[in-house]
Design a protein around this ligand. Structure first.
Ligand SMILES: O=C(O)CCC(=O)C(=O)O
Length: 430
């Protein structure tokens, strides 16, 4: 290939090699007004002007981080039924950090438990508030018992979720998301051709505000699932508001500021099916990440564990207490608390013999709300903001355009830390 020597891109030739799309090689040139795609075959004829010589060339994969690729949307659940041994390469993780195993001397740490009956009557009980604060600060996750959500409703929600995944594959594929979309049924959203795929099928959708719901998803659910989910969403909305008020109060954010941000906020739900896997140690059910949300309320549907949290650098398994919800502090609460709270990094492993199903609900501020350190907290403490402030809609756009990668998204929200996006710093929706 001949490239004019004066063209500054010549020293970045490696970019050309991982840029094959539909059998055509592309590069793109980032100019001050945007970027343009050129098939590599046209490079010889591409006119060189002074402006073009000033351009910086970036790999297509970097551009792709904001454009999910077309992918195979067939169900992993079906593949797992027939798979006897070797899992396909695209699911094999090159490096997976080990799960912490107790050596018999030191105990396996367990995530804290909060009894809603204790915190609901907090009033001015400073000890309870301090306990809540230190749990959100040191752990950023807890199991919530006696949460007050009707047990029958929770059981129905579990049953209907199992039935959803038990539907024939063609039924589920009616909800599949297409390239460029994030809502619906499918597998890991791909941002690069060689990206590894989690060992899971997922169904994700925005449930609030109601006008943002997709007409082909919740409204088209089988009636029993739809009704149960509507009731469940309402109950969890109430629970989330109680939690937001208390968690806010515990860190000195005024109740009114929490209510204004989160009441009738952006909410979404994810149901995940982790099929049994013949080589569970080679795959990951859910890539390590912290949630972009304010809080996540997680319901484990089947009696199979798999969730793990990273505490003090090691991965600890979560043993679900029957009837408890697991509540995660997400990035938005870490930001609002100006770094006091910890949005917990978590992942899911899978089981060799048993399927696992979970249902996560994500609670966020309204699309038009500001996401940044809480004003009432900053004025009380006099501390400077550690994180920048963005409108929720923009915050989500930035988040959706990245691949899951530990806490890199949150790091990028820190003032003075903003980095140009790298190809491997890309996430998926909440
Ligand atoms: O399946 C689990 O236990 C975790 C699910 C989760 O964290 C998520 O869907 O974001």
């Amino acid at each position: 290939m001949h490239v004019p020597a004066s063209y500054s891109v010549i020293k970045h030739m490696w970019y050309f090699y991982n840029v094959r799309l539909c059998n055509v090689s592309f590069f793109y040139i980032k100019e001050h007004y945007g970027c343009v795609f050129y098939p590599i075959t046209s490079i010889n004829t591409y006119p060189l002007t002074k402006t073009h010589q000033d351009c910086t060339l970036q790999p297509y994969s970097e551009m792709a981080s904001s454009q999910p690729l077309e992918q195979d949307h067939r169900s992993l659940q079906e593949l797992a039924k027939v798979l006897k041994q070797d899992v396909p390469h695209r699911y094999v993780q090159e490096r997976r950090e080990p799960t912490y195993v107790s050596n018999g001397i030191s105990h396996l740490p367990t995530i804290p438990v909060i009894d809603m009956n204790d915190v609901i009557n907090i009033g001015s009980d400073i000890n309870q508030l301090q306990n809540l604060r230190s749990i959100c600060q040191e752990w950023g996750i807890f199991q919530l018992v006696n949460h007050g959500v009707d047990k029958m409703l929770v059981e129905k929600m579990k049953k209907e979720t199992v039935e959803f995944f038990n539907m024939p594959v063609e039924e589920k594929l009616r909800y599949k998301f297409e390239g460029g979309e994030y809502e619906g049924y499918g597998q890991t959203i791909l941002h690069a051709q060689d990206q590894k795929v989690d060992w899971a099928d997922r169904f994700y959708m925005i449930t609030n505000p109601v006008y943002r719901r997709k007409s082909n998803l919740l409204p088209m659910f089988p009636p029993l699932l739809r009704d149960t989910m509507e009731k469940y969403l309402q109950e969890l909305q109430k629970l989330s508001m109680t939690l937001f008020s208390l968690i806010g109060e515990a860190v000195d954010i005024e109740r009114q500021e929490m209510i204004e941000a989160f009441e009738d906020g952006m909410q979404s739900v994810r149901m995940t099916y982790y099929p049994p896997c013949p080589q569970p140690e080679l795959v990951i059910g859910l890539t390590p990440h912290s949630d972009a949300a304010g809080i996540t309320i997680l319901l484990q549907i089947t009696d199979v564990n798999g969730l793990e949290v990273k505490k003090d650098g090691v991965w600890i398994p979560v043993n679900f207490i029957p009837d408890a919800f697991v509540v995660n502090v997400g990035d938005i609460l870490e930001i609002m608390s100006n770094g006091v709270y910890n949005s917990i990094e978590h992942r899911a492993t899978v089981n060799e013999e048993k399927e696992r199903i979970s249902l996560a609900m994500f609670f966020n501020p309204k699309f038009e709300a500001e996401v940044g350190p809480a004003k009432t907290l900053l004025s009380k403490t006099g501390n400077p903001p550690v994180f920048k402030t963005l409108i929720m809609e923009q915050y989500l756009k930035d988040f959706f355009s990245r691949k899951l990668n530990g806490k890199t998204f949150l790091e990028n929200m820190k003032i003075g830390n903003e980095k140009p996006r790298k190809p491997d710093h890309i996430t998926h929706p909440q």
